[in-house]
Design a protein. Structure first.
Length: 428
């Protein structure tokens, strides 16, 4: 058997402790599967005295993650701290410069600094692996990089933040407002310390940026993502969408078009009978489409101690087996910069508006849509509420520009009560 693979683990939160548990519980199994014993040499965290439920006295302790990353007695630096600047970035850079392989669960670090880190890793002939950074326990990185290597990927799509999916499905099942379910989720500890990372779509957008680069061979471009969170989704929208046969999801979509790379993370409607439409609670789902394989659906837990630690150990095991490869599927120097494209491809849209109870109000709205080139597929008008009436419209396929133009023109008709809502309906 080869010499042991020695790990240095920075970050002893939920995931870090999960990694320790797997290595302790499955040491013999890991050695059988990789041909090497996997051991932990040293660890690092903010508070050495904190009780983490496992004894740590068998490992050397480093207060500074950079010092841990450069120890001569580790082979792999496992970064589970989080964040994209400061000591975490310094430690990963130092590990690569010192000839260490790196395993990370840090989507923000990769989404913002992925290109530079990939160049550093490949320049040093080291591995930089990150299965745990996207969709928790779902092996989506390995699926794209290995299982679908013979495909030209045409689209990547998915629900990549379990907290947002929990909020939206809980709103529907309990009939509660966004504010009520947000407070509930926060109280249960489902949200980040900065909740905007979740509900604002930022966490999920970090993951989408990584998947886009890997799927399409492009320089990672987090800033190129059209980003909208779920805070404007109302219980009325959820009920109305359900009445029309749809579910609302915070959906990430990436695809190449003739104009460039389209990346967006925004609330969309999906058919309630589709796999994404049936996804409830905190589960994640990623849909991959390739020219040879067609469509595959990957579903599983997107966070938590066990699932994320499982993904970390998948990368550690590959390194133990001697597997190497470009960080984003092809050499970093060959990754291309492509123009940013907005959602130009036509799609149907869901429109919800409240009309004043005035003669000809609905006719004015229909006229505005027609003038903008937006054709109505289905329409429902509900019972009057005092002096107003809710109206739902599903359009035929149209462009985002046409919808934007129509919404602006509606404001000048004098028949709207409040602002109209428009959500894209995504084909799944």
């Amino acid at each position: 058997m080869s010499a042991p693979l020695r790990l240095g683990i920075a970050g002893l939160g939920t995931v870090g402790i999960g990694v320790l548990r797997i290595i302790r519980q499955h040491a013999a199994l890991l050695a059988e599967r990789t041909g090497r014993e996997i051991t932990i040499t040293a660890v690092s965290a903010r508070d050495k005295s904190k009780d983490r439920g496992l004894p740590l006295d068998r490992y050397a302790w480093e207060d500074d993650p950079v010092a841990l990353a450069t120890r001569e007695d580790i082979d792999v630096f496992v970064e589970l701290i989080g964040g994209h600047e400061g000591p975490v970035k310094d430690a990963v850079e130092a590990a690569l410069a010192a000839g260490k392989d790196v395993v990370t669960a840090n989507k923000a670090l990769l989404a913002i600094h992925g290109q530079a880190l990939a160049e550093a890793a490949e320049g040093a002939a080291r591995a930089l692996r990150y299965e745990a950074a996207v969709a928790g326990g779902i092996p989506v990185i390995k699926s794209l990089a290995e299982g679908l290597a013979g495909n030209e990927i045409t689209r990547v799509m998915g629900v990549m933040n379990g907290s947002c999916n929990y909020i939206l499905t809980r709103m529907e099942s309990a009939g509660l407002s966004y504010a009520e379910v947000f407070a509930e989720a926060d109280g249960l500890g489902y949200l980040e310390a900065d909740p905007q990372l979740d509900v604002g779509g930022i966490d999920a957008a970090h993951k989408l940026a990584i998947l886009s680069s890997l799927a399409f061979g492009t320089v990672i471009d987090f800033d190129g993502i059209t980003l909208e969170g779920i805070d404007r989704v109302s219980i009325d929208d959820i009920h109305a969408a359900a009445d029309m046969g749809y579910k609302i999801k915070l959906l990430g979509v990436a695809q190449k078009t003739g104009r460039g790379l389209e990346q967006r993370m925004q609330p969309c409607l999906v058919p309630d009978s589709s796999p994404l439409g049936q996804l409830d609670g905190g589960t994640n789902m990623v849909v991959l489409e390739g020219d040879a394989v067609g469509q595959i659906v990957l579903r599983g837990p997107g966070a938590g101690e066990g699932p994320t630690a499982s993904a970390v150990m998948a990368d550690v095991c590959d390194i133990a087996r001697g597997l190497r490869g470009p960080v984003f599927g092809k050499p970093a120097a060959a990754l291309t910069s492509v123009p940013r494209a907005h959602a130009d491809l036509p799609a149907p849209y869901y429109l919800r508006m409240t009309l004043e109870d005035k003669p000809g109000a609905l006719a004015k709205i229909a006229s505005v849509l027609g003038d903008a080139g937006v054709s109505i597929d289905r329409m429902r008008q509900y019972g009057h509420e005092d002096t107003t009436a809710p109206v739902l419209i599903v359009t035929h396929k149209t462009t985002p520009d046409a919808v934007t133009s129509a919404l602006a023109a509606m404001q000048a008709t004098g028949v709207l009560s409040g602002d109209p809502v428009a959500l894209r309906i995504e084909a799944v």
